[in-house]
Design a protein around this ligand. Structure first.
Ligand SMILES: O=c1ccn([C@@H]2O[C@H](COP(=O)(O)OP(=O)(O)O[C@H]3O[C@H](CO)[C@@H](O)[C@H](O)[C@H]3O)[C@@H](O)[C@H]2O)c(=O)[nH]1
Length: 460
């Protein structure tokens, strides 16, 4: 008989998915469970490289990889190719891996698969092999509720069967505690071209259907953050916020080395003074937009820490001179890094606010630290998250875009920074939300209770 249960965890191959699932793995091993964490080959290499010098993982977490059928970085960045290849190649590879593990030793048998909700096929593989299964949602519960609602959106004539919009200007109001959703802000209508949108839509339809096959659906949220969404879909259980600080550890699963020099730089700044600027792991803006942002930050005359991640060598080369000049010019006030230890940055007392693309992890990490947000959403779910931040929780502000250029201008950036930091209400509300969120993971809190029930179920 197995001494401890053996769980297989599989994330979608993107940074915003690997980090929270790695955090979940770290929480589970505290309950003496063993984890096999399955990344794609490329992600696996990146995670190992970034781990090399520190953040050593608990030895009950074994990192392994399977191919996703894509060779080049260019292909991996193309959402259509990525989704198509993942679906074509990975289910068979996952099944082979599980068979190999299960065949090696009775004690090694996988007893449960925890799959990223956006990899519905992994739940189907588990079901086919008679293994218990869990869907993990790294985004807001509202996104899955939207996925569940797709059939009624089609019946009500809001969208066509392929996800294209019929009623463009008709916002959708779920309960008032959920964001008012503009039809043009649905997750799939905010990705790439029409072909990418259709593929994303099909994936959402499929994944939302398959999620219902899961024995548990868990997500990185709390009842206080999204009461309306959990009322509509009580089968989704929040276990968040999943943060390394909850277990006094380092966050793991990074694709890049975390530049900790920014922490000693933050130590030298006055409390509540620094604007932290970071747009997650995928989002990039045009060069003119970065120039507006740089200009705007300079105008605020406040210290700032800016994560400027450049994806390609071309991009890095084209920005090199500008960046160098800019860094010299702002050296007195600002610091730039390629990749920051974001969770530690956001918990630093010198941080005043977070200028963010509103990825769900960044949103949760910011609020868990009582940090108000300036919103620059770019794609997918980020517009829904912005609506939570600005309209529902009222802990942040969005930017108006210039009619002619479509950009956020330097003047707008300065004005919104001044507005957000010039009144205490945003900070007060953020601190209030922080308190509610953090109490949910303390003993007896709602997320802690869901997590304990979940672990009990896994262990039976
Ligand atoms: O310098 C940095 C910048 C980011 N992070 C971390 O990287 C993660 C980024 O996640 P997120 O804020 O969610 O952004 P994305 O990487 O863009 O995440 C993708 O996945 C999310 C979860 O599904 C979605 O909400 C986003 O829209 C989608 O782009 C967070 O944990 C950050 O703490 C760092 O550690 N250092």
């Amino acid at each position: 008989m197995a001494t401890t249960q053996h769980i297989l965890i599989i994330p979608f191959p993107a940074q915003g998915h690997v980090i929270p699932l790695m955090e979940l793995a770290n929480c589970l091993v505290k309950y003496n469970l063993r984890i096999t964490f399955v990344n794609t080959e490329n992600t696996h290499k990146r995670v190992l490289n970034a781990l090399a010098d520190k953040d050593l993982l608990d030895d009950r977490i074994r990192l392994v990889s399977i191919p996703n059928g894509l060779e080049s970085e260019e292909e991996r960045k193309n959402l259509e190719k990525l989704l198509e290849a993942i679906f074509r190649v990975m289910p068979g590879k996952l099944e082979e891996l599980i068979k190999e593990i299960n065949g090696s030793d009775e004690e090694e048998r996988i007893t449960c698969v925890i799959a990223d909700q956006s990899l519905g096929w992994a739940l189907e593989v588990a079901e086919k092999m008679g293994i218990r299964r869990v869907a993990f949602l790294p985004a807001a519960a509202a996104c899955l509720v939207l996925g569940f609602r797709i059939p009624s959106l089609i019946d009500d004539g809001v969208i066509n069967k392929d996800g294209t919009l019929i009623k463009k200007n008709q916002p959708l109001q779920f309960p008032p505690t959920m964001p008012l959703m503009n039809a043009s802000d649905f997750v799939w209508t905010r990705v790439g071209n029409m072909a990418a949108q259709k593929i994303m839509f099909e994936a959402m339809v499929q994944n939302s259907r398959v999620a219902k096959l899961a024995d548990w659906m868990i997500c990185n949220s709390t009842y206080d953050l999204e009461p309306g969404a959990f009322d509509l879909a009580p089968e989704i259980k929040p276990i968040g916020p999943l943060l390394a600080s909850n277990r006094l550890g380092n966050s793991a699963g990074h694709f890049w080395h975390q530049d900790s020099t920014c922490l000693s730089w933050l130590d030298k700044q006055p409390n509540g003074s620094v604007i932290y600027v970071a747009f997650g792991s995928i989002t990039t803006f045009s060069k003119p937009q970065y120039e507006e942002l740089a200009h705007g930050l300079e105008l605020t005359d406040r210290p700032f820490l800016w994560v400027w991640r450049q994806d390609s060598t071309d991009e890095a080369e084209s920005n090199a001179t500008y960046l160098e000049e800019f860094q010299q010019r702002i050296a007195r006030k600002g610091k730039m890094v390629f990749w920051a230890p974001q969770q530690k940055v956001l918990s630093h007392p010198s941080i005043a606010c977070f200028m963010s693309h509103c990825g769900w992890n960044s949103t949760v990490e910011s609020i868990s630290n009582g940090v108000p947000i300036l919103c620059c959403p770019h794609s997918a779910d980020q517009f829904i998250n912005q609506s939570y931040i600005c309209d529902i929780w009222k802990v942040g502000l969005g930017f108006e875009r210039d009619d002619a250029s479509g950009m956020i201008t330097h003047a707008e950036i300065k004005n919104k920074v001044d507005e957000l930091l010039g009144t205490m209400t945003y900070k007060e509300r953020a601190l209030h939300l922080k308190e509610m969120m953090m109490s949910s993971v303390r003993k007896g809190g709602s997320s802690e209770k869901n997590f304990t029930d979940f672990v009990k179920w896994i262990k039976t």
